[in-house]
Write a protein that binds this ligand. Structure first.
Ligand code: BGC
Length: 803
């Protein structure tokens, strides 16, 4: 242990209380021992520091900060250096705002396109997710601030997110859902990891010893601390025993008393508690000191913010993806008359909603910057209402404008209400009124250039109406400046998609069961997510993984492979300077195990002047040829001749070679059968699990399940919440995140998120009332309320007096 002497001086009461938060954003401090508290803040796209009344959903205002492109957008750059630079910029602002741990990056796998939080994640591919996450972590931590990789693990649905059980086999878990975290931990060395809300195969992520101790600490060598997601604690003792260090946010001292009791009862040892205390102490004794030192070195804040705005713009430029460019309509020619149409040109959609939502400092808009472009712009019109409602007046104005121009820049995308934490999308469509207007515009003017603002994949069946499509994603506060540079050719688009864009949502493998409406969420598709599935089943897609165009062209040649990796030459064969993302996939056609057709195992972004050629090298690493053997519980390598596929996208393979690899595998195809059996049994179990309706509710049921409650008032409350959510959705309004959070939150979270007001026994009393024993429940609620208040006061006093 690193801080044994200090730990020896602390009382048991102080130690266990230390492992629970002090309030919404801070851990406890013990001035008598010189132990400071840690200040936490979200999040991946910018620093969201809340002062005053804290909430974790982005409801109350936060300190103004730079808003960078969303992780989903930034990932399209495939540029680790850029990700690191943005991380560093985030870290600098965190230092300015005296934040110790930034709750970022999030790197869950985009299993299904409807997940409301996909905009916060990098990719459907674990290798790419891991590399980008590691870069973000390195950047953030350069400033002494701790990074926190989240949500560990298998967190892919927002509905019922705190009351879901992800069921999957170990091969899928390891190969798809953990590999990104493994890379992030090994190459980024985050100070913290946040456990996910959900259960994994029946055990909460936060109480999952296999995950938190065996894999994270022992196998990957993680030496930081694990923090619960906000309100994600369940059984505190189990959590601490399993490797969870800190329960956030402030939950009073009820959990601490529970742990003390467990210690007394011999359910946990003092050594186990000390281990966790040591982990948190290490962070508390080092991070605030480093942040304070950095703060002294930082120049004036104005300079930091203005530099960060430039970094946000650079990030947006390098992350945009050119999806289509017929007749080389882009870049725009100086003499063509231009009409700007679309509500998003006036009010950009530049970030997602929820805990990552930043109070951005310098949001630019397309129309504000238009005058500076020196282009013959004939006018700008909003064209549609972003809430989906029909607006004939706006449409007419837009259509008239389109007729006066040579080219229409049409800004479309997803409304704010569609990409938010706590809620999944219902489909992958863009609002019908935006598409209807597009059709009509295309009839008036065939030269439509669409600029698409979305943090997740959308259906593009309407692409025939556009000559060009530029995906700017959720580009952050400086997105508009970047878009202008890309449209005019001052910058050459170089991003590529990090998720497959589908023709139809029904093509998604998890489509039949998503979102799970009850506890079990079965990962029936196993490792076949994204391109791994579409390739294997030869399903045509709209735009494949890794796809993106440029204003120039690139030629690949002379692929050489040895046991260390590959080398090849890439030449810019077009008229403009540009960057190409070279992707390396591996494939083993003769494989005897369950394996995707190909898997991304390396990439490199190379910048080239017109006519320039460079040699690109992509190394193999310990993850290139491995697979997880369930039968022996180990990573193994299959012996065989692997194909090395090098391309400009997962479906545009330019060069091939092969390499023979001496395997480590001794078993037969048995493992394949074994896995298939498991999958089948999961399917059967799923049917059983999801058909039962519970009447008696328990601590771990979400509040939404009160619609099945015995108590009619409880049923009324649940229906009321549901109506509120549905109404907002129908009207195209952003849903009230508080209601949404409560609706999906389990009862136990009431005790975990109320800073000591409610104890777990009070929650049980509430449940008694809900389960039909109203009077006895109410009596015990009142009794427990006073008992809790008294116990909290006494405990607080003892903490200060070192008793
Ligand atoms: C989110 C986390 C976030 C935390 C604190 C939770 O609801 O899942 O990603 O860091 O709140 O805001």
């Amino acid at each position: 242990m690193r801080h044994e002497d200090l730990i020896k001086q602390m009382t048991a009461k102080q130690k266990v209380a230390f492992l629970t938060g002090k309030n919404e954003w801070e851990s406890r401090e013990y001035p008598q021992f010189g132990i400071p508290g840690l200040f936490f803040s979200d999040g991946p796209s910018g620093v969201r520091k809340q002062e005053g009344a804290g909430d974790h959903l982005g409801l109350n205002p936060s300190v103004p900060a730079t808003c960078f492109p969303s992780p989903s957008t930034l990932a399209n750059s495939w540029e680790e250096q850029l990700e690191e630079k943005v991380g560093e910029a985030l870290g600098r602002e965190a230092v300015l705002q005296n934040i110790h741990v930034l709750l970022a990056p999030g790197l869950n796998i985009k299993r299904n396109p409807l997940c409301g939080r996909n905009f916060e994640y990098f990719s459907e591919d674990p290798y790419l997710s891991g590399k980008m996450a590691a870069a973000a972590i390195r950047g953030i931590q350069k400033n002494g601030v701790g990074a926190c990789a989240k949500h560990f693990a298998v967190n892919s649905q927002e509905e019922r997110r705190m009351a879901l059980n992800a069921k999957l086999d170990e091969k899928t878990l390891r190969e798809l859902y953990l590999t990104g975290f493994e890379i992030a931990v090994e190459e980024g060395h985050p100070q913290a990891v946040m456990s996910a809300y959900n259960e994994i195969n029946g055990i909460y992520a936060n109480e999952n010893e296999f995950l938190l101790t065996q894999i994270l600490r022992k196998e990957w060598g993680f030496d930081g601390f694990v923090v619960t997601d906000w309100g994600g604690g369940n059984d505190f003792t189990e959590g601490v025993k399993s490797g969870s260090t800190l329960q956030m946010p402030g939950c009073g001292l009820d959990s601490a008393r529970e742990l003390l009791q467990a210690l007394e009862d011999g359910k946990i040892t003092e050594e186990q508690i000390d281990e966790r205390v040591d982990e948190l102490l290490d962070a508390a004794l080092t991070i605030p000191k480093k942040v304070a030192e950095k703060r002294q070195q930082l120049e004036n804040p104005v300079k930091v913010y203005s530099e960060n705005h430039k970094i946000a713009e650079e990030a947006a430029e390098k992350s945009a993806v050119l999806l289509k460019n017929e007749d080389a309509i882009l870049p725009l020619k100086q003499d063509r008359k231009i009409a700007i149409i679309g509500d998003f040109a006036f009010e950009p959609r530049y970030q997602g909603a929820g805990s990552s939502c930043v109070r951005a400092i310098g949001v630019e808009t397309i129309v504000d910057l238009a005058d500076k472009m020196g282009l013959p712009i004939v006018g700008a019109a909003r064209g549609y209402q972003r809430n989906g409602k029909e607006d004939k007046k706006r449409e007419k104005e837009a259509l008239e404008l389109a007729e006066q121009a040579d080219i229409v820049l049409y800004f479309l995308g997803l409304a704010e209400s569609l990409e938010t934490e706590g809620k999944d999308r219902k489909d992958i469509n863009i609002a019908q009124n935006q598409i209807q207007l597009l059709h009509e515009l295309a009839r008036k003017n065939p030269n439509i250039v669409a600029v698409l603002s979305t943090g997740s994949m959308v259906n593009t069946w309407w692409k025939g109406d556009c000559k060009a499509i530029l995906l700017d994603g959720l580009a952050g506060e400086a997105g508009a400046g970047a878009v202008w540079k890309l449209l005019t050719g001052e910058c050459n688009p170089s991003g590529k998609l990090t998720e497959t864009w589908l023709r139809s949502y029904e093509d998604t493998p998890s489509y039949p069961d998503y979102p799970a409406k009850e506890r079990d969420l079965v990962y029936k598709e196993g490792i076949f997510v994204g391109y791994r599935y579409f390739d294997k089943n030869q399903i045509p897609v709209s735009y494949p993984f890794g796809y993106g165009l440029s204003y120039t062209t690139f030629a690949y040649r002379d692929l050489r492979t040895d046991e260390n990796g590959i080398r090849l030459y890439v030449k810019n064969t077009g008229p403009r300077e540009g960057s190409e993302i070279v992707q390396m996939y591996i494939s083993l056609p003769e494989s005897r195990i369950v394996r995707p057709e190909k898997e991304l195992k390396g990439f490199y972004k190379v910048h080239l002047l017109p006519g320039e050629e460079k040699e690109v090298a992509i190394p193999f690493d310990d993850k290139t040829f491995r697979f997880f053997c369930e039968r022996c519980g180990k990573w193994k390598t299959e012996k065989g001749t692997y194909q090395i596929l090098v391309g400009a996208s997962s479906q545009d393979i330019r060069l091939k070679s092969s390499v023979f690899v001496e395997g480590t595998r001794t078993e037969t195809e048995e493992s394949e059968d074994l896995r298939q059996d498991k999958q089948n049994s999961l399917k059967k179990e799923d049917k059983k699990g999801n058909s039962a309706k519970r009447i008696l509710l328990n601590r771990n049921d979400p509040l939404s399940s009160m619609i099945y409650a015995r108590n009619p008032v409880a049923r009324l409350i649940a229906h009321g919440m549901k109506r509120k959510i549905d109404r907002a959705e129908k009207e195209g309004q952003p849903v009230d995140l508080n209601t949404l959070f409560r609706y999906n939150m389990p009862f136990r979270a009431i005790a975990k998120m109320t800073e000591g007001m409610v104890s777990m026994k009070m929650v049980d009393s509430m449940l008694k009332m809900i389960n039909g024993h109203f009077c006895s429940g109410l009596c015990s609620l009142v009794k427990e309320f006073f008992r809790n208040q008294k116990a909290n006061k006494a405990y607080e006093k003892e903490l200060k007096q070192n008793i």
